[in-house]
Structures are given as structure tokens and as C-alpha cells.
Design a protein around this ligand. Structure first.
Ligand code: 5AD
Ligand code: SF4
Length: 450
């Protein structure tokens, strides 16, 4: 029997899908990438933006055809959209067999087994702490990656006014430090060299859901990072996403002291206007954000930043937008995910008119993207002539004669492989050329960029 899992949305969803694949595989399911070949189809969905929901709905609607002549097929909708719309999904998608929310994902294998014996539509939507430990499984079968993901917290308590996550993923819960470290150790034994720690607010790890950031000399998340950096075989540690105000002096010190913690920090800014930040229920000002960035820049030479920005939040004026642009320029982000505001029913900001016209959101989006492209090119060009340490990922998909890898600062580097090089090696290459997307080592011929 074959299972197909399609994932929408964030890295947390990707990680959940991997854990579910691991659980199904342990029960004898073969995981397939081909939807036409599957006996079980699972859609792991996202509700963060309306567009993500619409995309998943369209696809699942289309899956009805697969059941013609193959009635034994089971189709399920899981994750944020399942939690958000619950049993209502059975009206819109009558051909689906189950809806499984975010709080009980670990129940998937049992649910599927019960459906194979007794076909009636089922919705499991309650919350359970068991999901925390239940989701620690990995799909080691046939794994040949050097990258691993570990979810360290689930849910969110911050209630930013535009965001649906606290409603669909529930209250913030942290896993135990011991469980997380064991899981990273297990990944290292399976050849993982770089681990990504995941959570809606990773930096709140170990704080029992309290939303006031800890004192400056405290950071349970920092202590976890410091211990993870000691695990043999793990060469790099990344994390996403931390809420800015949890960057205490202790956390900054841990990052400075441990070069295995990558020198690229994703730090969601959302807006550079204090008025808009307040309306977003983000508990910091642009000045506070810059203070954290500057402390990090001082303590960790060469550190770079990426961010999330929302343009067109209700009431965002040209002046507010310019404030965002100014903060972005001052930080000098290497990368940014720019989102056009979309009201999510049930959130606080959805009660306020979505009054920035779509064309204006698009215009602001394009301006920030253009700033970013210009800056990335300048940053990359500044690295020409330097020697960079790269984690070798293997042949590039575009041109297998070249290998690719990334620097600690998350920059993609193309280089020519040499005798004896292995995937997962940390290698040093000299940068000869740069585009806004990639760096090119001096050992590849000066061919046109591809
Ligand atoms: N509209 C647009 N972007 C949103 N995000 C979250 N909610 C919304 C929304 N309603 C963005 C935020 C967050 C990222 C994951 O998605 O920037 O950091
Ligand atoms: Fe959403 Fe804010 Fe929580 Fe991030 S911190 S998941 S934006 S509520």
C-alpha cells in the first residue's frame, strides 16, 4: 500500500509531513511521490495566507477524479486548514475521508487503519500534549540527506493581530531539552550535518509559554543551542523563527561563542513603523529591533540577517512604508520574505478594513524586492576574492558538472568538485564571481552563468 503526502506552507509543515511519513512507513506503508499511484493521499495544509488555503482547496477538489474506479482510496486533509475549517470541509470536499487538526497529527496512522476497516468520514480536531513527543519520528528509511529538521516548540502565544497561527496551532508548548538533544544526536548518527531547529517562536523554547521575554542573562533556547553545538557530527545549526525580543544578551553570547551556529539569522521585522508595529501587537519598536541587530553585529562579526515583512497592513501609509524601507536599508538584509497583507477571519486585524488597495500593496512589494536584489548583488560582489567555508551539498541540479553548497551565512556557492570530495564535507573555496543569487568559486571556468 502506498501513501502520498503533499505539503503546503512552512518548514514546520514540511517537518510534520516527514514525521508522518516516518510513522506510516513504520506501519508498512510505502511513501510515493506519485499521486496517481497512491492508496492514501494526505494534504498537509497552511492557513497563514488566504492564497495558501485556496491553492490547497483547488488541488484537493481535483483529487475527486482519483476515486473513480478506485473507491478504496483514502483522502485526508490535515494541519492548519483542517483545524481552521474542521467538519465544514466535508461540505466543500465531499470526497475526502478525514480531517485531522494540528493537535492530533500523531494519531494519523491509527486513524487511517480505522478508516480502512470502517469507511465513515471522521474529524479529529482536539488538542493534545502528546503531539509534542509523538511527532519526534523521522523517515530514516532511504534517507541520504545531510540536512535535518527538528521541531522544538509547537504553537504560539504571541497573537500578532494579523496572524492565524495561535488559533490553528494552539498554545505554545516546548519539548524537553533532553528529547531535542537525543533527536539531534540520532540525526547525526544517520549522517545529518546541518540541523534546522523549528518553532513558531523558537527563542521562547523552555519558557513555559510565558510571553514576557526572560532577563538578559537568561536564555533556555541559548543553552539548548550551546549543547546542540557539542553533538559529534553536527557541523551547522540554524533556527527559524525567533521573535526579536527574546534575543537576550545570553542568547547573543551563545551565538558568538559557537561558530557552528550559523551566521545568518532570520529575524522577522514585519514593519519598520512603530505605529504599525503597535497595531500588529508586535511588542517592540523599530529602535529596539535595531538595538538587537546592532548588538548581534557587534558580537558576531560577519553575521547577516533575513526577515519577514508585511506590506499593506490596514492603515499603512506611505510614511509607514518608508519607515519599513529605512529600517530594511539600515539592517541591510540579505534576504526577505515580503508578504502582501491578507485578512484572516477570526484575527484581530481582520476586524479593521483592509484599506490599502491591492495595486498599492503590489507597488510596495516590488519596491522592497528591487531594494533587496540590488543589496544582495552588492553584498555578494563584496565577497569576491575572499575564501569561504562551504558545506558541500553535491552536484547542482542545473549543471551536474558543478557542485553547490552554502556558507554559514546561507549564501549559495558553485564550485568544481575535486577527487575525493564527499557530500557533507566542509570545504574552502575562493570566490571569483558573484550574481545576486549565487557566488562562483575560482576553480570553475568563466562560463556564462546558468
Ligand atoms: N497576511 C500577510 N502575511 C502574513 N503573515 C502572517 N499572517 C499574515 C497575513 N495575514 C506572514 C508574516 C509571518 C509569515 C510567516 O507570514 O510575515 O512572519
Ligand atoms: Fe504568528 Fe506572531 Fe506567532 Fe509568528 S509570533 S506565529 S507572526 S502570532
Amino acid at each position: 500500500m502506498k501513501a502520498y503526502i503533499k505539503t503546503y506552507g512552512c518548514q514546520m509543515n514540511e517537518r510534520d509531513s516527514e514525521a508522518l511519513a516516518g510513522m506510516l512507513s513504520a506501519r508498512g506503508w510505502e511513501i510515493t511521490q506519485n499521486e496517481n499511484d497512491a492508496d492514501l493521499l494526505i494534504f498537509n495544509t497552511c492557513s497563514v495566507r488566504e492564497q495558501a488555503e485556496r491553492k490547497a482547496l483547488g488541488k484537493i477538489m481535483h483529487m475527486k477524479k482519483l476515486k473513480r474506479g478506485r473507491e478504496h482510496i483514502i483522502i485526508g486533509v490535515i494541519g492548519c486548514m483542517a483545524q481552521n475549517h474542521g467538519e465544514k470541509l466535508f461540505q466543500e470536499l465531499p470526497h475526502i475521508d478525514f480531517v485531522l487538526g494540528t493537535g492530533q497529527l500523531h494519531e494519523l496512522p491509527d486513524l487511517v487503519e480505522s478508516l480502512r476497516e470502517d469507511r465513515k468520514q471522521q474529524a479529529l480536531l482536539s488538542n493534545s500534549e502528546a503531539v509534542l513527543t509523538g511527532m519526534g519520528v523521522h523517515l530514516f528509511d532511504g534517507m541520504n540527506s545531510i540536512f535535518g529538521q527538528v521541531a522544538i516548540t509547537r504553537g504560539c502565544n504571541r497573537f500578532c493581530s494579523y496572524c492565524i497561527v495561535p488559533y490553528v496551532r494552539g498554545r505554545e508548548m516546548s519539548r524537553s531539552e533532553k528529547d531535542v538533544l537525543n533527536e539531534i544526536g540520532e540525526l547525526a548518527k544517520h549522517g545529518i550535518r546541518e540541523v534546522m531547529l523549528l518553532g513558531q517562536n523558537v527563542a521562547a523554547f523552555g519558557l513555559n509559554g510565558v510571553i514576557t521575554p526572560p532577563p538578559d542573562n537568561v536564555s533556555p533556547f541559548g543553552e539548548l543551542l550551546a549543547k546542540a553545538a557539542q553533538i559529534p557530527g553536527i557541523e551547522r545549526i540554524r533556527f527559524t523563527s525567533p521573535y526579536p525580543t527574546y534575543f537576550t544578551d545570553r542568547l547573543i553570547q551563545v551565538i558568538a561563542d559557537n561558530p557552528k551556529i550559523c551566521r545568518s539569522i532570520h529575524l522577522p521585522l514585519q514593519s519598520g513603523s512603530n505605529r504599525i508595529l503597535k497595531a500588529m501587537n508586535r511588542h517592540y519598536t523599530a529602535e529596539k529591533y535595531l538595538e538587537i541587530v546592532n548588538k548581534l553585529k557587534k558580537a558576531v562579526p560577519g553575521i547577516v540577517f533575513s526577515t519577514d515583512i508585511i506590506v499593506g497592513f490596514p492603515g499603512e501609509t506611505e510614511e509607514d512604508f518608508c519607515a519599513t524601507r529605512d529600517v530594511m536599508n539600515e539592517v541591510g538584509f540579505d534576504n526577505a520574505f515580503i508578504f502582501k497583507y491578507s485578512p484572516r477571519p477570526g484575527t484581530v486585524s481582520a476586524k479593521t478594513a483592509d484599506n490599502v488597495p491591492q495595486e498599492e500593496k503590489e507597488r510596495r512589494n516590488q519596491i522592497l524586492l528591487a531594494d533587496l536584489a540590488e543589496r544582495s548583488l552588492a553584498h555578494n560582489r563584496a565577497l569576491i576574492g575572499t575564501v569561504q567555508q562551504v558545506l558541500a551539498e553535491g552536484p547542482s541540479s542545473r549543471n551536474p558538472a558543478r557542485w553547490c553548497g552554502k556558507t554559514s551565512t546561507a549564501k549559495s556557492v558553485m564550485f568544481a568538485p575535486w577527487e575525493g570530495i564527499k557530500i557533507g564535507d566542509l570545504v574552502e573555496v575562493k570566490i571569483a564571481r558573484a550574481s545576486s543569487m549565487s557566488l562562483f568559486a575560482d576553480n570553475i571556468p568563466d562560463l556564462p552563468e546558468c
